[in-house]
Design a protein around this ligand. Structure first.
Ligand code: PMP
Ligand code: GLN
Length: 379
């Protein structure tokens, strides 16, 4: 049988987490916390489960959750949304990204991604019959190469996928970047898919710039967010997409046949938690900044070189002083023989550069970070 995705294997996150488990390594690879979600949130889940909220919720998500999302994006980004026509709850950001691509990309359309690009983007484009155009981020700061972007934009370009805070690089986009995107696509029929799942993990006094806060981009964008990241509950697979009515109409045509809707009692629980505990998201940047600072302080004496992340819960490190191995070989060695699992960057590139950089995840208990750092400092 001919594969529809001949170049795609198992995602690197699954490969590395399994390797960590098989070899008993500390897992700083796949991005998920090793601490639990808030107790109050779990209480709400149990309450709604026992309240028999166990049948199909509405296709677009329960009204109270969509209303909370509307309140939230107004509060954080000053953006007015209609929860009826512009907000859709999905089964993870992965589903939202997939739905948005299927909704607007047709055979022959070009979709621009910035490498290293999160690994679910390209397969979604391929399955829609589109062509992915890879524009590498600039080194060493992982910014946008505006000249290169301008060169590849043409009348076949349908979608540009942006991601800030950026996984795996930890870089962030600023308002000036959004202004440049807006100017570059002004004369074309181009949409933006903005992956903002790490919106509450921005450090050093900076603030997250959402496309929802940019009037011109907001009118042309799907903005995707994940409750999994925000509430330390990646296993619940609950997320949402905010887009103008015309885009949301097309988005829901896909969503209704991919999953139709998303787990009921978890939606009720998150809606209640958002209403009762708004401080959770206000406190999140500091919570993760402390983890970043701790991890960076702990690995500072090692031979790994790094610039602290500006956002996300990932830290890139350069291991060139330690090994000549390729990044894939090095993470295999690190996991199997040293006892700490990480993520290589090569799988996120069309043409990987010659850099020796890997990604560690620091959304872990302090004791886990201490244990891992001790091993890394002995490298
Ligand atoms: N986009 C990025 C950049 C991510 O890192 C992730 C996963 N961690 C997702 C999307 C998918 O999020 P979810 O788990 O909600 O599907
Ligand atoms: N986004 C997570 C990461 O970057 C992994 C998600 C997944 O495994 N699908 O590690």
């Amino acid at each position: 049988m001919q594969s529809k995705l001949p170049k795609i294997g198992t995602t690197i996150f699954t490969v590395m987490s399994k390797m960590a488990q098989d070899y008993g390594a500390i897992n700083l690879s796949q991005g998920f916390p090793d601490f639990d979600c808030p107790e109050r949130l779990r209480e709400f889940v149990v309450q709604h489960l026992n309240d028999r909220k166990n049948q199909y919720p509405p296709m677009a998500g329960i009204p109270s959750l969509r209303q909370q999302i509307t309140n939230k994006v107004k509060g954080y980004y000053g953006c007015d949304t209609d929860p009826e026509t512009e907000v859709t709850v999905t089964s993870g950001a992965t589903e939202a990204l997939f739905d948005a691509v299927q909704a607007v990309v047709a055979v022959g359309d070009e979709v621009i991604v910035f490498d290293p690009a999160y690994d679910s983007y390209e397969p979604a484009v391929q399955l829609a019959g589109g062509k992915t155009i890879h524009v590498p981020l600039t080194l060493p700061d992982y910014g946008i190469d505006w000249d290169r972007l301008e060169q590849v934009i043409n009348s076949n370009t349908r979608l540009i996928i942006i991601n800030s805070p950026h996984n795996p690089c930890g870089s962030i986009l600023h308002k000036a970047d959004h202004d440049k995107f807006a100017a570059l696509i002004r004369d074309y029929d181009i949409l933006i898919l903005s992956d903002e799942v790490y919106e509450h993990m921005v450090f050093d006094g900076m603030k997250h710039e959402s496309v929802l806060g940019h009037e011109e981009l907001r009118a042309k964008s799907f903005a995707v967010f994940s409750f999994g990241k925000t509430y330390h509950a990646t296993g619940w697979k609950l997320a949402y997409c905010v887009a103008p009515e015309a885009l949301t109409t097309e988005f829901r045509k896909i969503h209704q046949y991919v999953t139709f809707t998303t787990s009921s009692f978890v939606q009720y629980a998150i809606a209640d938690f958002m209403a009762e505990c708004p401080e959770h998201t206000r406190e999140l940047p500091d919570f993760y900044e402390e983890k970043r600072d701790l991890f960076c302080k702990l690995i500072a004496p090692s031979r790994l070189k790094f610039t602290p992340s500006k956002g996300t819960y990932f830290q890139l490190v350069d291991y060139s002083a330690v090994s000549d191995k390729s990044d894939v070989e090095f993470v295999n060695y690190l996991t199997q023989e040293i006892g700490v699992a990480a993520i290589p960057l090569a799988p996120f590139y069309e043409s990987p550069p010659a850099t020796k950089i890997i990604r560690f995840c620091f959304c872990k208990d302090d004791s886990t970070l201490q244990q891992a750092a001790k091993i890394l400092c002995a490298l």
